[in-house]
Structure formats: structure tokens, C-alpha cells
Design a protein around this ligand. Structure first.
Ligand SMILES: *Cc1c(COP(=O)(O)O)cnc(C)c1O
Length: 359
């Protein structure tokens, strides 16, 4: 019996995408971004598959510790946290690098008498105004961390806001600011996310930080043309658990918000927003059944969705696995139907969905 709902993760496709990063940025080290449970693909399995990566980046301390406890020995970078003296000790003990993105954090570090030292990535704000030091704070922060006994090696990082756009203007401005603010600093540098790894080789520097492209997704629809070498990694599947015929005028799902305008065959699939299927997916969102597209009808429930299979050729049978996104049904397309992005869908897959690994 198939799982009612499962996510197949193709680790050889993941490794292929890693090789694509390598070919695009042959002179840079690769910090593979594994935050949020490796974009929903499963933190530990993905980490083991990417043993060639020079480092792995996370967003929460427990994710980094989980990897160390699983025996991962690569460089780990914790991005986007406010950390104090207690955390510094824990990170040093587990050999976890940290992003230092504010003067406040640099001050905390300078006041810390580290028993063990740690590597820090000084993060510069180059326009996004989310995390990072403002230009006028860099010299002060640098002085603080250089003089801190808790600090071992220093790296410099920045983050681009518009690298997934075909219009390069903003990226060029931000790159110029990054270059100007850091030109006198002889530390290894990192700027590129997936989109910049793909589009802007001048942003590669010493370390690239790809995330979404490793999982086979284009960072945006605008640059999907340039992403055709990437291979799909996840296929989310759900089983048909009920079938019925309904007459003209009959409704489907909560509030009967969809009504049949012809005699219709409706298949009910074992996936819902409780699994991470987007509740805001509009009627018409495609599902693949026997390799053919069938439209979502009615509202998405917690455990179930309904699909109109009237036009599917051949028999639609119970216990058949339908593809909700993945091979031949790009997640970016589903994201568009749900007014969101692939990142949101992937990280929203619930814990109850088993991840099945194939190599
Ligand atoms: C998430 C993240 C990345 C990876 O971004 P992708 O668009 O998934 O490649 C890189 N750098 C930072 C700081 C991030 O937060």
C-alpha cells in the first residue's frame, strides 16, 4: 500500500545540482544552505548527501547542533540569530561559525572571555536593511571582533535583495557597495545566494551560498530559463482514496464553493493543508494523475483535496498515487496558483509527511 501522502527526495538529483553550482562557481567554496530542515527535504539526509560541500548554513542553533550530533564534521555557519555570551560558548564548543550582523553582537563578543574561540562572519547591510552592519559601523565592529579573545577567524558576508530579477541594476549597486565597504579587508568574502550564483559571477567571491537551486528549483520564474540544468529533487505525492460521480449543480468541499457545470468525476486525494498543501491554492491548480493534469476543485481541507478527473484518459483508480508537485509538475507553477513561492511550499511540508529517499 502506498503512503497516503509522501515526499520522495532524489539524492542523486541533489548531488547533480551541487555539481551544477560547482561548475558555475569553480573558484569558490560552497556553503550549502540547509536551513529550515534543508528546505523541507530532511536536514540530516541532505547533509550526508552533500559531504562534498565546504560548509553548511543553518538559521537555528538546534539545527546546527543536530548536525554535529549526527556526526557532520564540515564547517557549519549559523546565520541570522542574535547570540549572547552563553550561545558563543555553545557554538565554540560545537565548532559552529556564526554571523555577526550588528554592533550589539560585536560588543557582546568583545566582552566575552571565550574559553574556546569561534569563527565569525561579519555581515554587512548592502541595501536590504534586514540584518547587517551599516557602512559607518563596520570599522568599529571590526575593531571589536579583532580584539576579542573569543574570535578565531574572520569572514565577511553580505546578502542581495534582487538577485533573482532579470534587471541587474539593484544587484550592481549592492555589489558596488559591498566592494567599497570591504575593499581594504583582507578576509574571505561571501555574497551570492542561488540567484547570484546563477546570474552574476562577479558576486561569487570566496564562498557562494546556494540554497533553493540545490533542491532543483529556479529562484524565481523570471530566471527559470537559466535553471534548466537543475534536476527536480522532491516529488510530493498523494493517493486517491475516494472517487465519485456528481451531477450538474452539485458542490464539492466546504461551503460547496465549487459547483459542477457538467456531470463530473471527482477524485479525493489524501493531502491537505495539514500536510503543507497550500490552503490558498486556487481551483484549477493542477495535479498529475496518470501523467495527465487534473484541476483542483473546491476548498483545500486539512487532510484532503478534491480533483476533477472527468477529462483524464483511461481509468482513474483508487489507491493511485498522484503527483502534487515535482517531476513534470514544477513546484514554481503550483506556487503561482497559491500566490506564493517554492521556498514557502517546501518549508511548509508538515512533519507527518514521510520523506522517502532514493539515490
Ligand atoms: C537563505 C539564504 C541563502 C540561500 O538563498 P537561496 O535563494 O535559497 O539560494 C543565502 N544566504 C542567506 C543569508 C540566506 O538567508
Amino acid at each position: 500500500m502506498p503512503h497516503p501522502c509522501s515526499a520522495t527526495v532524489d539524492l542523486s538529483a541533489l548531488k547533480h545540482n551541487f555539481a551544477v553550482v560547482k561548475s558555475l562557481a569553480p573558484n569558490s567554496k560552497i556553503m550549502a544552505v540547509l536551513k529550515a530542515n534543508a528546505y523541507g527535504h530532511g536536514l540530516i539526509s541532505v547533509a550526508h548527501a552533500l559531504e562534498e560541500a565546504d560548509g553548511l548554513a543553518l538559521a537555528r542553533l538546534h539545527e546546527a547542533i543536530t548536525l554535529r550530533e549526527a556526526g557532520i564534521t564540515q564547517r557549519l555557519l549559523l546565520m541570522g540569530n542574535y547570540l549572547n555570551a552563553q550561545h558563543f560558548d555553545i557554538c565554540a564548543k560545537h565548532n559552529i561559525d556564526i554571523a555577526v550582523h550588528s554592533l550589539a553582537m560585536a560588543e557582546q563578543l568583545s566582552e566575552t572571555q571565550g574559553k574556546q574561540q569561534l569563527n565569525i562572519w561579519l555581515k554587512i547591510d548592502i541595501g536590504m536593511h534586514r540584518l547587517g552592519l551599516q557602512s559607518h559601523e563596520i570599522a568599529k565592529a571590526l575593531e571589536l571582533v579583532k580584539n576579542s579573545t573569543a574570535v578565531k577567524n574572520i569572514f565577511i558576508m553580505g546578502h542581495l535583495s534582487n538577485a533573482d530579477s532579470l534587471n541587474p541594476d539593484t544587484t550592481k549597486q549592492q555589489l558596488t557597495l559591498f566592494n567599497n565597504s570591504t575593499k581594504d579587508l583582507a578576509y574571505p568574502k561571501s555574497l551570492a545566494n542561488s540567484a547570484a550564483t546563477i546570474q552574476f559571477s562577479e558576486c561569487h567571491f570566496d564562498w557562494v551560498r546556494p540554497g533553493i537551486m540545490l533542491y532543483g528549483c529556479a529562484p524565481s520564474n523570471e530566471i527559470s530559463e537559466q535553471c534548466q540544468q537543475l534536476k527536480n529533487v522532491m516529488t510530493l505525492k498523494a493517493t486517491i482514496i475516494a472517487l465519485r460521480d456528481i451531477s450538474i449543480g452539485e458542490g464539492v468541499g466546504y461551503n460547496l464553493s465549487w459547483q459542477a457545470t457538467r456531470p463530473s468525476k471527482i477524485a479525493t486525494l489524501a493531502i491537505g493543508y495539514g500536510d503543507g498543501y497550500p490552503r490558498h491554492a486556487k481551483p484549477g491548480t493542477p495535479v498529475l494523475i496518470n501523467g495527465q493534469r487534473a484541476p483542483l476543485v473546491g476548498r483545500v481541507s486539512m487532510d484532503l483535496i478534491n480533483v476533477d478527473v472527468t477529462d483524464i484518459q483511461g481509468d482513474t483508480e483508487l489507491d493511485t498515487e498522484a503527483v502534487v508537485w515535482g517531476e513534470d509538475l514544477p513546484i514554481n507553477e503550483i506556487a503561482e496558483w497559491a500566490d506564493t513561492i517554492s521556498y514557502d511550499l517546501l518549508t511548509g511540508i508538515a512533519a507527518r509527511v514521510p520523506r522517502l529517499y532514493v539515490d
